[in-house]
Design a protein around this ligand. Structure first.
Ligand SMILES: Cc1cc2nc3c(=O)[nH]c(=O)nc-3n(C[C@H](O)[C@H](O)[C@H](O)COP(=O)(O)OP(=O)(O)OC[C@H]3O[C@@H](n4cnc5c(N)ncnc54)[C@H](O)[C@@H]3O)c2cc1C
Length: 518
């Protein structure tokens, strides 16, 4: 049995025994085949010494059990790594940031505590997946939508805490941004409720997120200051209808006017859906190739989904069309109007995630296909945030082409991108995906390439908003303004709230004092 770093085996045995009494022997896992389930299937270090591995796992079912587990860990200084559903594929899976940590698996805490249709919110525990909440809402016949990421098997809490996002309307797509109120267990076992939840008889915990005084919720997003045991989320009242339009322009430089117009429409809240910018024609989802040989192929295509009452969205689309008409030579194609709830036939035609329905179809898109006969099996995402301007897109494209040619030398095949994601309001993510599989030599090349992209992008003033666990230190180091002042502030807070450094050490580059390097 593996033992956590800096913990003596007798102490670990004592802790395991206390955990067994707290949560039941069946829910403390030390056997190799059980612990192996917490490996990151997309680890870029798969089966190499640097792969991040857990030593054990413990799965409490209640808040009180979480407190008991944490108190024991704090007493014996055992690092814990909390996960909700642990499906963080492409960003670390359910494996810890520090090898040897004990995974605190919160899947069993899977109660939907409240869904309030009138005020459109939900309060859930960490183990509640998007599928669970969707089932709950559907069975209860409530008229609210959820916003799921592409794979619906993850959890609202885990996804939000990792900075995840989805595909319906703004503001619901930003999962942390649309949360309201948390319950958190701190390293000493204390329970804190944030926002209005700090009132003992709170009546508006999920109605007003800011509460009174400093807002601390941000410490738990991509953080390691506490274990979240409840979280509120805004839900979207079912929009009556959906319409989309597609704008196409034929000169590369017209992306400038295209995005300026889009920004205006989004900032005016005229366009509220998850827009998509394609280089070339619509089917080119990976955005990096334009078929310049075919006459009349657009340089850029932009899809504009709008949700709301039918009359209103028709007017919004018309207004958008008028605004885009100022872009010389543009072509505007109005899409189909769909009324909700969707008919069974319509459901088959649409990407259901855009309609609040969680699915797993994304995995078939990335699986074996005639276009991709030998998929690596997994990938890691490089997600730098760039300004939402056409000039930035053109600059990023130039940078991508130059660096791909210089960096790959024909070896780093299979890197896909850049996909210009406009689902975060006011910014853009130039996503690239690096294939990861079981071939150590290829994984090693991908790691090197990934690290080079992180460093080179930072030289241009672009950095990632989210990173796979093995690269979180590197990315944190790029946020180095004023001698890493931001990281130092996080470390100071970490030392104060978790002096023994037991909660997810190293997550997003924040290490406790005794594990800090240099
Ligand atoms: C093909 C593909 C498509 C994807 N598409 C999307 C997408 O559209 N949008 C998107 O956002 N992601 C996407 N992902 C990434 C990822 O799979 C999802 O974000 C997934 O929802 C995260 O897993 P989870 O919800 O189980 O979170 P978890 O794995 O449970 O949590 C993520 C991390 O948050 C922390 N954490 C979790 N719970 C707690 C807690 N209770 N207290 C303290 N810390 C906690 C831990 O550090 C944990 O590692 C995609 C991945 C793949 C492979």
């Amino acid at each position: 049995m593996a033992v956590p770093p800096n913990v003596n085996p007798a102490d670990f045995e004592a802790a395991l025994s206390l955990w067994r009494s707290a949560v039941g022997a069946d829910w403390v896992f030390t056997a190799a085949e059980d612990v192996a389930l917490y490996r990151d299937a997309y680890s870029p270090y798969w089966a190499e010494p640097e792969e991040r591995l857990a030593s054990a796992a413990v799965a409490p079912a209640t808040l009180e059990q979480v407190q008991a587990v944490v108190r024991t860990a704090n007493r014996y200084r055992i690092p814990l790594y909390a996960i909700s559903t642990g499906r963080n594929l492409a960003y670390g899976g359910s494996a810890p940031a520090l090898s040897g940590s004990v995974v605190l698996d919160l899947k069993r805490m899977n109660r939907v505590l409240e869904v309030n249709e009138r005020n459109a919110y939900a309060l859930v525990e960490p183990g509640v997946s998007y599928f669970d909440l969707y089932d709950h809402i559907t069975k209860a016949g409530l008229d609210v939508w959820i916003d799921a990421p592409d794979p619906g098997w993850g959890s609202l809490i885990g996804n939000a805490l990792d900075g995840g996002g989805g595909w319906t309307a703004s503001p619901f797509r930003d999962h942390f941004g649309s949360h309201c109120g948390m319950e958190v267990v701190l390293a000493d076992g204390e329970v804190v409720r944030t926002g209005m939840g700090a009132l003992p008889n709170a009546k508006s915990w999920q109605h007003y997120k800011w509460g009174h005084g400093p807002w601390v919720d941000g410490l738990f997003r991509q953080g390691n200051m506490g274990i979240v045991t409840k979280m509120g989320f805004y839900l979207m009242p079912r929009p009556e209808a959906y319409i989309s339009g597609t704008v196409q322009v034929y000169r590369e430089e017209d992306v400038v006017a295209l995005l300026d117009t889009l920004n205006l429409l989004e900032n005016q809240h005229v366009v509220n859906g998850s827009t998509a910018l394609y280089y070339g024609d619509l089917e080119n989802i990976y955005g990096s190739v334009r078929d310049q040989a075919t006459p009349g192929t657009p340089a850029w295509s932009l899809v504009l989904p709008i949700y709301g009452p039918e009359k209103v969205i028709r007017a919004q689309l018309e207004y958008a069309r008028d605004k885009f008409a100022r872009v010389p030579g543009m072509r505007f194609v109005e899409g189909e109007l769909l009324r909700t709830p969707l008919t069974a036939e319509a459901q088959k035609r649409v990407h259901q995630v855009n309609f609040g329905i969680p699915i797993l179809a994304i995995f078939s898109m990335l699986g074996r296909s005639p276009a991709n006969p030998a998929p690596a099996g997994g990938h890691i995402g490089f997600s730098p945030v760039i300004p939402r301007t056409g000039e930035s897109v053109l600059e990023y494209q130039r940078y991508y082409r130059e660096n791909m040619a210089a960096m790959s030398a024909g070896k780093e095949t299979g890197i896909v991108g850049p996909v210009f994601l406009t689902n975060w309001e006011r910014s853009m993510v130039a996503l690239m995906m690096f294939p990861i599989g079981r071939d150590k030599a290829s994984n090693s090349r991908m790691r090197l390439a990934f690290a080079r992209w992180v460093t080179k992008a930072a030289e241009h003033g672009w950095a990632e908003y989210r990173a796979p666990t093995p690269f979180q230190d590197l990315v944190a180091q790029t946020y180095s303004f004023n001698n890493h002042a931001l990281l130092h502030l996080c470390e100071t807070i970490k030392d104060a709230v978790d002096p023994n450094g037991i909660l997810s050490p190293g997550r997003y580059g924040v290490w406790p004092k005794h594990l800090r390097k240099g």
